[in-house]
Design a protein around this ligand. Structure first.
Ligand SMILES: Cc1cc2nc3c(=O)[nH]c(=O)nc-3n(C[C@H](O)[C@H](O)[C@H](O)COP(=O)(O)OP(=O)(O)OC[C@H]3O[C@@H](n4cnc5c(N)ncnc54)[C@H](O)[C@@H]3O)c2cc1C
Ligand SMILES: NC(=O)c1ccc[n+]([C@@H]2O[C@H](COP(=O)([O-])OP(=O)(O)OC[C@H]3O[C@@H](n4cnc5c(N)ncnc54)[C@H](O)[C@@H]3O)[C@@H](O)[C@H]2O)c1
Length: 440
């Protein structure tokens, strides 16, 4: 009998928790989960799932346009939001069902660390041999007068009617994906950027392809601008910047996300953290040995994405169940922006490859030359990066189906498949995987 209430107590019920907690409990480990909001965390409730449901009509609109050569009507935003609601509304209960059916106790409330083995929830103390902090990120809000007049990504995805005009501050993942959706729904969109480049995690030429397309569709980009203030007007909001003022009915603050590390007792018990998140060692252990961290809240260089959080919670499950004592060994992590077209990348970056011709060979390719892509009149290009042994080590593509291409190529990189092994992989023809393998 353990002297603790739980073997493992997780704080936060997102992918950084449940993908590992469920199989851990299935193996007889006594698990608890503390959560004050919806079970499932950001991705199913306020992130990936609602976003992709709202993006789908944009994809259809663009495909129609590519096939007919004619500009299509704006997407029906209100219908898209209603459909989005329909397809995500049951996810928290479904995930909670998986959790509780495996014997995991859900503690509703805000978790606060009292000591290295104790978490307080609604004034009740729960003890655990190990604690996992998986509290994720929340939207960053600009520290300027009138900041309360701007909105976040969750509020955008719940807009019942698309405003006539929008200012989007920030041109990262959220800024660019949401500017794409708002433009496709007929809004007059202005993106205000602090730098001269959007989506700085992707190669400049690829980003320029997406930006040029959005500009052709009427989206305005204001570069190297610093927001000074938001002011209420009779029609909406004025965004004051050092380059002038911009009026809109609605403003999206898409200036990034910050870790949920405040008011949790971390300082008091000595868990080290900084403005990027919780500091962990190569076993995802914090500076307090009985306390671990998982998911977006970790201070890390890996992309803060759902599959990364799933990988980390699964790694902790294996560690806690005694399957491994090894350090975490991250695989290559593909990433994409769900703009239209998308940009997706994996492995060695194009910039690194071009800067190191002694290590890598780069083959760039215009996809509009491929017969299969011509069926959909698809435009875009990609780069295939190989090491000097001829093994695929990186790839990047801008196109309507870039995420599928990169998903196809990622296992080839991770498993270091050579030419003989690739020859043995048969894919369905015609299909995107077949087309992608043909380019390696
Ligand atoms: C708009 C948007 C779109 C995105 N799109 C994609 C995408 O397309 N693909 C992709 O891979 N990723 C996407 N992401 C990122 C993805 O959502 C995250 O990487 C993922 O949700 C991280 O999971 P997590 O468990 O670490 O954190 P979260 O899912 O944020 O879960 C943390 C949980 O902890 C809870 N919590 C916080 N503090 C406490 C406390 N003190 N006590 C109790 N509970 C607490 C929170 O309420 C939350 O439920 C998107 C994110 C956003 C915002
Ligand atoms: N497709 C996806 O997988 C996807 C989609 C959405 C979000 N996400 C995840 O969510 C997280 C947050 O995304 P995000 O787009 O909010 O953050 P981000 O860090 O990608 O982008 C923030 C942008 O805001 C800008 N910015 C910061 N401060 C500013 C200021 N004062 N004035 C003007 N601009 C400013 C930055 O330069 C950057 O362009 C990321 O970790 C990402 O991985 C992923």
């Amino acid at each position: 009998m353990t002297k603790y209430d739980f073997d493992v107590l997780y704080i936060g019920a997102g992918h950084g928790t449940f993908d590992g907690a469920i199989p851990l409990a299935a193996r007889g480990v006594k698990v608890g989960v503390v959560e004050f909001a919806e079970i499932g965390g950001t991705c199913p409730n306020r992130g990936c799932n609602p976003k992709i449901a709202l993006d789908d009509p944009v994809v259809v609109q663009r495909q129609q346009e590519a096939l007919t050569g004619h500009k299509q009507a704006p997407i029906d935003w209100s219908a898209a939001v209603a459909h989005k609601h329909d397809v995500i509304k049951d996810l928290p209960d479904m995930i909670e069902g998986f959790i509780t059916s495996h014997g995991i106790q859900v503690l509703g409330g805000r978790g606060h660390l009292f000591d290295e083995h104790t978490v307080h929830v609604n004034g009740v103390a729960y003890t655990a041999e190990k604690i996992v902090i998986a509290t994720g990120l929340r939207p960053h809000r600009l520290d300027v007068p009138g900041t309360e007049l701007a909105h976040d990504s969750e509020e955008f995805m719940n807009l019942p009617v698309m405003p006539k005009s929008l200012v989007v501050v920030g041109a990262g993942y959220v800024g660019m994906e949401f500017a794409t959706m708002a433009n496709a729904a007929g809004a007059d969109v202005t993106v205000i950027m602090r730098h001269d480049r959007a989506l700085r995690q992707f190669p400049a030429k690829y980003v320029e392809f997406v930006v040029a397309d959005l500009k052709a569709r009427g989206v305005k980009f204001v570069t190297n601008a610093e927001v000074a203030e938001f002011k209420r007007t009779s029609e909406g909001v004025t965004v004051e910047t050092d380059l002038g003022s911009f009026d809109a009915e609605w403003v999206l603050d898409a200036t990034g996300r910050v870790p949920n590390v405040q008011n949790m007792g971390l300082e008091e018990i000595g868990v080290e953290f900084n403005e990027r998140g919780i500091v962990v060692n190569d076993h995802l252990q914090t500076s307090v040995p009985s306390i671990y961290a998982s998911g977006d809240v970790i201070d890390k260089t890996q992309p803060r994405l759902t599959p990364t959080a799933v990988f980390e919670s699964t790694y902790l499950m294996h560690q806690f169940a005694g399957d491994t004592t090894d350090a975490i060994d991250y695989p290559v992590i593909p990433h994409t922006t769900f703009t239209s077209p998308r940009i997706a990348a994996v492995g060695v970056t194009l910039d690194d490859a071009l800067a190191n011709p002694d290590l890598y060979d780069v083959a760039e390719h215009d996809i509009s030359q491929d017969w299969y892509r011509q069926v959909k009149n698809e435009k875009g290009f990609n780069a295939i990066i190989k090491n000097k042994d001829g093994l695929l080590v990186g790839a990047v593509e801008v196109s309507d189906r870039a995420e599928d291409v990169i998903n196809t190529l990622s296992p080839v990189i991770e498993l270091k498949l050579d030419a003989a092994q690739l020859e043995r992989i048969i894919t369905i023809f015609p299909a995107i995987a077949n087309d992608s393998f043909g380019q390696i």
